[in-house]
Design a protein around this ligand. Structure first.
Ligand code: C2E
Ligand code: MG
Ligand code: MG
Length: 398
């Protein structure tokens, strides 16, 4: 189903009695709701931008109780029924109980209206400021669905420099979302949103597909030493039923050598270690190594390193940033490097922005560096042309 719908003045969005398979968020213009009571037309009001219509019918799965007509040129976003139900199912049990009770009450009221009374519109405008936040999320989620549908998410590749071979030998795939009216939406924002529902699954599949395309492209161009490309996965994605199988199947089908696709595991508050370990073992058996992302901050902690096996530990960029102004940060980096090596993992330092940092990392025995010094995240073409791997370090050979 198309997510955005444009209507001209007087065009009908839905009619009384139509099946209610989605709700709508008005983005521009206005919608008038009316119903037919015998010969009488009852007006239920005109709704404008930022207002949600049709949500009760959608929740109930009952036919539309009103007809919705555009007043002026109007743009709407469709709110997927499954999206709502999934959120509701995952919500606090008390919220679920309240919504259920309100739905039953609304159904009872509608069933017991006198014959000649106008039925209340199924829709109420959302005026409470607290609901704005919810509407913004609903809007962003609908637009993200649309972006996935049209393939307009972009994947960029940030180079990772190998201090031992003095070459860019790896990339990290970072997803970008450009919205016409909002500019670039940070993955930090929309990945979190996508993770709240199973929408994260198609996002992950999309990124994986782009990365495999690039790797296949490099191989087709006769590249003999393929770089490895890392895809970020949250723990939620990793344990999503079918996800690991999907990844392994795609990689096997692409016929790529082992190790060229790498997975970076990000924030993972509620890890079920046994389950994650099983998924990781399955992927590893198919030649997919793992990196623990953002180590040292947030939820990326020692228990992960204790319970799970990683080929790489990525040290959070906060440590590179403070390495020179804080002896404590330097001591922590030194300790992380020793610990990672003790676990037979290589260290990738994130957020490397200066030559001084790079030199210091070399002195500390860190193998890989990633950051603006080596390069920003770049389009696939720059990886395919070799442009993204240009970085060279004068100190490398001395
Ligand atoms: P991350 O995996 O830790 O990615 C590194 C982030 O640091 C990226 O931000 C990158 O642009 C930024 N960065 C790299 N070098 C430097 C530097 O030298 N200085 C500074 N200040 N920043 C640097 P970005 O692209 O905004 O990504 C943010 C986070 O979003 C990522 O953190 C990752 O957790 C998540 N993310 C990105 N793409 C995906 C994806 O496809 N799937 C999932 N699940 N998460 C993703
Ligand atoms: Mg990462
Ligand atoms: Mg990171």
């Amino acid at each position: 189903m198309a997510v955005t719908r444009e209507l001209f003045d007087g065009e009908i969005l839905y009619r009384q009695g139509d099946p209610a398979d989605c709700a709508w968020l008005i983005e521009r213009g206005a919608i008038e709701l009316t119903s037919q009571q015998g010969r009488r037309t009852v007006h239920h009001g005109v709704f404008g931008p930022g207002e949600l219509i049709g949500e009760l019918g959608m929740l109930e799965g009952a036919p539309r109780s009103v007809t919705a007509t555009a007043r002026g040129d109007t743009v709407l976003l469709a709110i997927d029924r499954d999206q709502f139900h999934e959120r509701l199912e995952n919500s606090d049990p008390i919220v679920r109980t309240l919504v259920g009770s309100l739905r039953r009450r609304a159904r009872h009221l509608l069933a017991h209206l006198p014959e000649d009374a106008p039925p209340p519109a199924e829709d109420l405008p959302a005026e409470h400021p607290g609901e704005r936040v919810g509407l913004d999320k609903i809007r962003l989620e609908a637009l993200l669905r649309e972006a996935l549908h049209h393939g307009t998410l972009e994947v960029r590749y940030q180079p990772i420099y190998d201090l031992r071979t003095a070459r860019v030998s790896k990339y990290e795939a970072l997803v970008r979302w450009q919205l016409p009216e909002r500019g670039v939406v940070s993955p930090a924002e929309f990945i979190k949103l996508a993770e709240e529902t199973s929408l994260i699954v198609p996002v992950g599949e999309y990124v994986l597909d782009r990365v495999l395309e690039v790797l296949r492209g490099l191989r087709a161009a006769g590249e003999d030493a393929l770089p490895s490309i890392a895809v970020n996965l949250s723990a939620r994605q990793l344990v999503e039923p079918g996800m690991a199988r999907h990844i392994v199947q795609r990689v096997d089908r692409a016929g790529l050598p082992p190790g060229v696709l790498k997975l970076e595991v990000t924030e993972s508050r509620m890890l079920d270690y046994a389950q994650v370990a099983a998924v990781m073992a399955h992927c590893r058996a198919h030649g997919i190594p793992f990196a623990l992302d953002d180590f040292g901050t947030g939820y990326s902690n020692l228990t992960h390193l204790h319970k799970l096996e990683f080929e790489y530990v990525k040290v959070d960029q906060a440590f590179a940033r403070h390495m020179f102004d804080s002896e404590r940060a330097m001591a922590i980096v030194r300790a992380i490097v020793a610990m990672a090596h003790g676990l037979r993992a290589e260290v990738i330092m994130e957020g490397v922005e200066t030559r001084e940092q790079l030199a210091q990392l070399r002195a500390l025995g860190v193998r890989f560096a990633q950051g603006y010094l080596v390069g920003q995240a770049q389009p696939a073409e720059a990886v395919l042309s070799g442009e993204a791997a240009r970085f060279s370090d004068a100190d490398a050979l001395v």
